[in-house]
Write a protein that binds this ligand. Structure first.
Ligand code: C5P
Length: 279
């Protein structure tokens, strides 16, 4: 039986490191990356209905299509087909994360919709093959845990994320939308080497985000933001996430993160800013 008033968090995704190794014949790129998730993000909720529908609310609802091409609805359609469910679902997406921002956005929302509808429709259909169809980041978002991604980013293996959970973060997006495809397309094609295996933070610290250079070429403000984040007191790692433009700074101490939050409000008053933690 359907339960009412259910909702599911769609945490923001961050790439602690992202190594681009080669362009594949299908135009996608072979990656090595470490995904982590934050305690904050969007939220998907559901109420009983005869049909499938989607309403989008929240500060970043404007400009986002709630039509059949929305990843949340596509996820719902595919799960309903796979599970042979006949009911609908009235879905609401509360969009709190900026779109085209390197934080998983639509992928996180689609993964949350799969988790939510699996409960709501009481089905044990495995959502992972659906996640793979929906996009390269959706499988990682479905796990919601620190995980290493290879291939397109969807071949997942567990990483030792010991010590990552609860670490304070500051996320800053300078307000430039960065569509993923063009940033990958601007990568210079040079393989700069593998991402270390082993403990996630150590591997990330020894690694890089190979999309920073092409993203900075499109939006130089990203370079200014990264330099500024790297200069904060107590910062452990400052890097761009995904294809940008969101950059994050990871701290050991909440006091240092909070100080950076105050400084960011003065230095980057028009930027989107979020104080969060690694989930
Ligand atoms: O899979 P998804 O739709 O999220 O990917 C968006 C775009 O990002 C793709 O169309 C492709 O241009 C680029 N991409 C890529 N290599 C990857 C992942 C994404 O080139 N591994």
């Amino acid at each position: 039986m359907n339960r009412t008033g259910e909702s599911e968090a769609a945490p923001a995704k961050l790439n602690l490191a992202l190594h681009v190794r080669e362009r594949m014949p299908d135009g996608y790129h072979r990656l090595e990356t470490i995904f982590v998730f934050t305690e904050d993000g969007d939220r998907v909720s559901v109420a009983p209905a005869g049909q499938l529908s989607l309403e989008i609310t929240g500060p970043f609802a404007a400009g986002l299509s709630a039509g059949a091409d929305n990843l949340v609805l596509r996820a719902a359609v595919l799960l309903r087909e796979a599970a042979g469910v006949r009911q609908g679902a009235a879905l609401t997406l509360e969009k709190k994360l900026p779109v085209a921002a390197g934080m998983g956005g639509g992928s996180a929302d689609a993964a949350a919709a799969l988790r939510l509808l699996q409960r709501f429709w009481n089905t044990d259909v495995d959502p992972m093959p659906i996640a793979v169809q929906l996009g390269a980041d959706v499988p990682a978002c479905l796990t919601g845990k620190p995980v290493r991604g290879e291939g397109r980013g969807d071949a997942l293996t567990t990483v030792s994320g010991a010590g990552l959970g609860g670490r304070p973060l500051l996320l800053v997006n300078p307000g430039v939308a960065m569509p993923t495809g063009p940033v990958f397309a601007a990568w210079d094609g040079i393989d700069r080497g593998a991402l270390d295996h082993g403990e996630a933070l150590a591997a990330a610290l020894a690694g890089r985000n190979d999309l920073e250079a092409p993203a900075m070429a499109i939006a130089p403000v990203i370079g200014e933001l990264l330099d500024w984040l790297k200069g904060r007191h107590g910062v452990v790692l400052a890097r761009m996430s995904g294809s940008g433009a969101t950059c994050f700074a990871l701290f050991d101490r909440t006091e240092d993160r909070n100080r950076a939050v105050d400084e960011a409000a003065r230095q980057w008053p028009d930027a989107w800013r979020l104080a969060s933690r690694i989930a």
